[in-house]
Design a protein around this ligand. Sequence first.
Ligand code: S3P
Length: 169
Amino acid sequence: MNIVLTGFMASGKTEISKILAKKLDYKLIDTDECIERNEGTTINELFEKYGEEYFRSLEHEVVKKAAKEDRAVISTGGGVVLNRANIDALRQNGIIINLAPDFETIRERIERAAATRPLMKNSSIEEIRERFIMRKAFYENCDKKVVVTNSKTPGEHAEEIIKIMSEYL
Ligand code: S3P
């Protein structure tokens, strides 16, 4: 059984997944990192040179492979939920946990988060907010939800996920 983390950009997936993998002694798979390693370049450069659609096809291939793992924490890119086939694959051997911040929580993180994220870097705050709202229904379609706030630490969020997962592991 895998633990899959989804959520909007800067919702804390990377940090929380590292803590989870360590605590549970699970393998850690970060789909963005896999893409960067496979392609030998950055997400920013992939978006700039080849566009979002090309990135999404690379992402789908990485997701399909990760979904076949077992005892893995899979940290996904914020847009993985947009493709139903990604969710179907990840659900076959995993519980999909959505890290759900409110927009204010994200807003406070944008300055630090934007540099490595093409969809933040090149967008106004209003455009980021619109994307956040547009994505909501996709995130709500995940299996479980963990509310993320800046007043809790990643470790506390990880503990909550372990509690949720104790029913399945
Ligand atoms: C994206 C999120 C990014 C990365 C890419 C696109 C998105 O990952 O996959 O920049 O569409 O939300 P993070 O969620 O880790 O920022």
